[in-house]
Design a protein around this ligand. Structure first.
Ligand code: NI
Length: 392
């Protein structure tokens, strides 16, 4: 049975590559995936798969199975692209100037379509329902919340998804229980000072000196307030202030990001961050305001589903390995706040990292993904049915 799934997936390879290349040539940005939505629907309809209407602006939800009363699981792919000018030189490069599938969401979408086609062929064997989420706006960390709000998780007991991983070889899958990707919060700090002649600093209040002390003091959070056995990133990535050499400006603006893998660490870092920023402001007599840009929470995988997935990968002849967690953010984490879920890294052997203008991947990873997720979906339904309505 295991080899049959892998063989069926391999037989789909040409079609999967066509799917992926079509998507790659026609990238659309977050919340503007209108043509992608139409195209995905058309492919699903061609395969006889039923679309479920959740009144979404963009994105598609579909279902397979459900002939027998049973559990519901969800498989998720993100469908949006990035505002990047492609520099791969590929024959099927983006046809849209300034837009590119530089994070491989075309790969995720093509793989989920292939998985859907394979599961549809085995629909009579399914011990429940597989709900397919083609999610918009991952890059803005909005799509998952949109689908949750629309009710797409209602009745779902477990959710599975993946990200392609350029540094892992094809045929390997990074699977782990616990944290895999980071919470990605942002901040904007405004320091209000008082303008003066640069030669008469005592007549003003220099926001640059305050800003510099804030940047320096923030470095103590990771080194002094986070356990050495846990990790966090605090990066100030922009400082804007001043107009010329002989005027002390009235204002400085700082921006940056905080990355954490654990909700407790996250709250501790955010708390200390606020204290440091406000405290330095008080010390220098400057008005300081802090605005959070709340990002997705950390991706934290369910241990039980991770072990089921490892077994599934082994049975298919793929190599499951312990992934190095990524400090990038991923809005799949929002689903995991609602129900247990598993997010994996699919080896795609690319030469560039995510969001690079020359990002590419090995399309031979498409049938690997299809075999893995179709086998995992069937396995998950069986486990849930055996657990009789309890979590596994
Ligand atoms: Ni991505």
């Amino acid at each position: 049975m295991k080899s049959e799934t892998a063989q069926n997936a391999t037989a789909l390879t040409e079609q999967l590559i066509q799917f992926r290349r079509h998507l790659h040539q026609h990238p659309e940005l977050s919340n503007q995936e209108f043509e992608t939505t139409k195209w995905v629907k058309a492919q699903l309809e061609t395969a006889g798969i039923r679309i479920v209407d959740y009144s979404l602006k963009t994105g598609v939800v579909a279902e397979i199975g459900g002939q027998k009363q049973g559990p519901i699981i969800a498989l998720r792919a993100d469908i949006d692209a990035l505002p990047i000018q492609e520099e791969t030189g590929l024959s099927y490069a983006s046809l849209v100037p300034g837009k590119m599938h530089a994070c491989g969401h075309d790969f995720h979408t093509a793989a989920l379509l292939g998985t859907a086609i394979l599961l549809k062929e085995q629909e009579h064997e399914l011990r429940g329902t597989v709900r397919l989420l083609f999610q918009p706006a991952e890059e803005k960390a909005q799509g998952a919340q949109q689908l949750i709000k629309a009710g797409a998780l209602n009745g779902v007991q477990a959710i599975f998804g993946m990200h392609n991983k350029p540094d892992l070889p094809v045929g390997t899958i990074g699977i782990t229980g616990g944290p895999l990707m980071a919470a990605a919060d942002g901040f904007i700090i405004e320091v209000e000072g008082l303008e003066s002649h640069a030669a008469v600093p005592d007549a003003g209040l220099d926001p640059i000196v305050t800003a510099a002390h804030i940047v320096t003091a923030l470095q103590s959070i990771v080194s002094r307030n986070v356990s050495p056995l846990q990790s966090a990133v605090v990066s100030v990535t922009q400082i804007h202030s001043g107009t010329t050499w002989n005027i002390i400006p009235g204002k400085a603006v700082l921006e940056g990001t905080i990355r954490t893998f654990d909700e407790h660490v996250r709250l501790r870092v955010l708390e200390r961050f606020q204290q440091v920023v406000e405290g330095v402001g008080v010390a220098f007599g400057a008005q300081v305001s802090l605005r959070w840009i709340e990002g997705p929470p950390p991706v934290v995988n369910d241990e039980a589903w991770a072990s089921v997935a490892k077994q599934t990968a082994d049975e298919l002849g793929f190599q499951s390995l312990e992934p190095v967690p990524s400090p990038a953010g991923e809005d799949f984490a929002f689903y995991q706040r609602v129900i247990p879920g598993l997010f994996v890294f699919m080896g795609t052997a690319g030469s560039r990292e995510w969001h690079h203008p020359a990002f590419d991947l090995d399309e031979q990873a498409l049938p690997v993904s299809v075999a893995f997720f179709s086998a995992l979906a069937k396995q998950a339904l069986e486990r849930l049915e055996e657990a009789g309505g309890n979590s596994i």
